[in-house]
Design a protein around this ligand. Structure first.
Ligand SMILES: Cc1cc2nc3c(=O)[nH]c(=O)nc-3n(C[C@H](O)[C@H](O)[C@H](O)COP(=O)(O)OP(=O)(O)OC[C@H]3O[C@@H](n4cnc5c(N)ncnc54)[C@H](O)[C@@H]3O)c2cc1C
Length: 242
């Protein structure tokens, strides 16, 4: 039997801001707990549905910050079964990427003690921003594509080297409302593909391909998927990146 002890453990030192948690801990619940005891740092991730381990691997984040900003170290189980502590400095964190190889079983955060009321207000405003700009009530996998870096300047979009919004490119390529079976490009935020009753994975994958093709044809920009596509029976991830 797999030993899962510790995966849901939470240790919070509200005096020093040191927070040690198992990778299976629910991130939104941890954010609320830390805000309640007056620890600043995680509240900017309000509204991101994730386990702590998944968020640490994906470097989950958004407009107001990313989880890497608060991480001190992670504990990893390597393929050979060895357990290793990896310090923040040794993790190749980047935009929605960590380069972490192995299974993350625990994460240590360094948060900052602060005023609980101010932290709660910040949490609420980050959540409100997300609710107002994204289809949070619909069924989706979140943003489908990473925000791309422009290889060359594009008029009205951005300079060479700028990271621009994938949602904006998808919207301007005329994709809002585009449909494949039960999957539809959200009218609220074009980087979200929302699903209706009866939608299947194939609908979503076909729609992602169509959206990427339209953005390529319109702007010459290659969108990279943020979602990871797995295929039944395959051990390794067939597509996607860390
Ligand atoms: C409505 C909605 C809104 C979203 N908004 C955002 C957002 O604002 N910002 C953002 O960054 N993301 C967002 N997402 C995407 C999602 O929340 C993040 O990608 C999150 O990090 C996924 O965490 P998870 O625990 O569900 O991981 P999963 O989706 O299960 O896994 C993600 C990847 O991490 C790997 N992984 C998971 N756990 C571990 C582990 N313990 N050890 C090693 N590898 C692991 C998986 O193999 C996979 O490759 C949103 C998703 C939804 C549905």
């Amino acid at each position: 039997m797999i030993d899962t002890a510790g995966l849901d453990e939470v240790e919070i030192d509200d005096r020093t801001g040191l927070v040690r948690v198992g990778a299976g801990v629910n991130l939104p619940k941890l954010i609320t707990r830390c805000a309640r005891v007056g620890l600043r740092g995680l509240e900017v991730l309000a509204g991101i549905p994730a386990s702590v381990g998944g968020a640490a691997v994906m470097n989950a984040g958004g407009r107001f910050g990313a989880i890497a900003d608060t991480i001190h170290a992670v504990e990893i189980v390597r393929e050979d079964g060895a357990v290793e502590r990896v310090e923040r400095g040794a993790i190749a964190y980047g935009y929605r990427a960590s380069g972490l190889a192995g299974v993350v079983v625990g994460v240590e955060f360094g948060l900052e003690p602060g005023d609980p009321v101010a932290i709660r207000d910040r949490l609420k405003s980050c959540m409100a921003y997300k609710k107002n700009s994204q289809p949070m009530a619909a069924d989706s996998a979140g943003c489908c594509f990473k925000n791309p870096l422009l290889a060359e300047p594009i008029d009205g979009i951005g300079e060479e080297g700028a990271r621009v919004s994938a949602g904006m490119l998808i919207d301007r390529a005329g994709c809002k409302g585009l449909r494949s079976g039960g999957a539809v490009v959200s009218g609220e935020h074009a980087n979200f593909l929302v699903t209706e009753r009866g939608a299947c994975a194939g609908d979503v994958i076909r729609l992602m391909d169509e959206v990427a093709a339209r953005v390529r044809d319109t702007f010459g920009v290659e969108l990279e998927r943020e979602v990871v596509v797995w295929r039944r029976g395959c051990k390794e991830q067939l597509e996607g990146s860390r």
